[in-house]
Design a protein around this ligand. Structure first.
Ligand code: SAM
Length: 239
């Protein structure tokens, strides 16, 4: 079986962080493109495609059937990690959702993570919430990537189960410890966009009749970090 399935660059990059012969759950699988792609290129791969909404669940079933992958991929209808049995999978992928939702799926399904060596998360927003959850639950961020697709920036966070806890700063939670070490064009572009958004929100907040001092202080702090990080680009360009 080595037909190819054409999937987005974002999903291909997520797939690249799975080991060979993975046994993984893709939670919020929608059309099951990711598990089908992985199982078509690796005939030892096994996957569970979990979906909470019936429409995408049926789409996932139909993609799996169309690719004759029923023996490799089990499509299950249910909320988050509830579709996975204890000690059933070694890797979990949760992609294409907001950071707080990814975090709550992990939190609610924590009893299913006993055997999970790697979590690959791709939060659309608020990656910080996911990094903090991983950090607080014994997962060390080992790889990160930021990609731009159709005008959106996507962060991929890969974390492995570790005995010794990683120590991360608030700044690393926000920008990503690995992303900070190797700042790419996409990284700078993302944070320029975030800087503009934050300026705008802060301007609105400053004009509000009820002052939101605590939030404003936090945003001012974040803005300072963004400016510092963007300043690195100027330094890189000068050298
Ligand atoms: N993971 C795919 C990707 O990255 O392209 C699909 C992303 S799609 C935007 C998000 C999917 O997650 C939707 O199909 C949605 O129904 C599903 N979803 C949202 N919350 C979920 C949950 N608690 N459990 C399972 N699936 C969920």
């Amino acid at each position: 079986m080595n037909q190819q399935l054409s999937i987005s660059n974002r999903l291909q990059r997520i797939a690249a962080y799975l080991p060979r012969k993975p046994h993984f759950a893709d939670i919020g699988s929608d059309h099951a493109y990711l598990p089908c792609y992985v199982c078509l290129i690796d005939d030892k791969a096994k996957a569970i495609a979990g979906e909470v909404v019936e429409g995408p669940f049926l789409s996932a079933k139909s993609t799996v059937k169309a690719n004759q992958l029923e023996s490799a991929i089990d499509v299950r209808l249910g909320d988050g990690l509830a579709v996975v049995h204890h000690d059933e999978v070694k890797q979990v992928v949760i992609a294409g959702m907001g950071g707080p939702l990814i975090k709550s799926i992990l939190e609610n399904g924590i009893d299913k993570l006993g055997n999970v060596e790697r979590i690959i998360a791709q939060p659309n927003v608020d990656a910080k919430a996911v990094r903090k959850w991983l950090h607080n639950h014994g997962y060390e961020i080992v790889k990160e990537e930021i990609i731009e697709e159709n005008g959106h920036f996507y962060e991929i966070v890969v974390a492995d189960k570790m005995d010794i806890p990683q120590k991360l700063t608030e700044k690393e939670f926000m920008f990503g410890p690995i992303l900070l070490l190797n700042k790419t064009t996409a990284f700078y572009e993302k944070w320029k966009t975030e800087q503009d958004k934050l300026y705008y929100v802060m301007k609105q907040m400053e004009q509000a009749s009820v002052p939101q001092t605590e939030k404003l202080d936090r945003f001012t702090n974040e803005l300072t970090w963004i400016e510092e990080v963007l300043h690195d680009e100027e330094r890189d360009n000068e050298s």
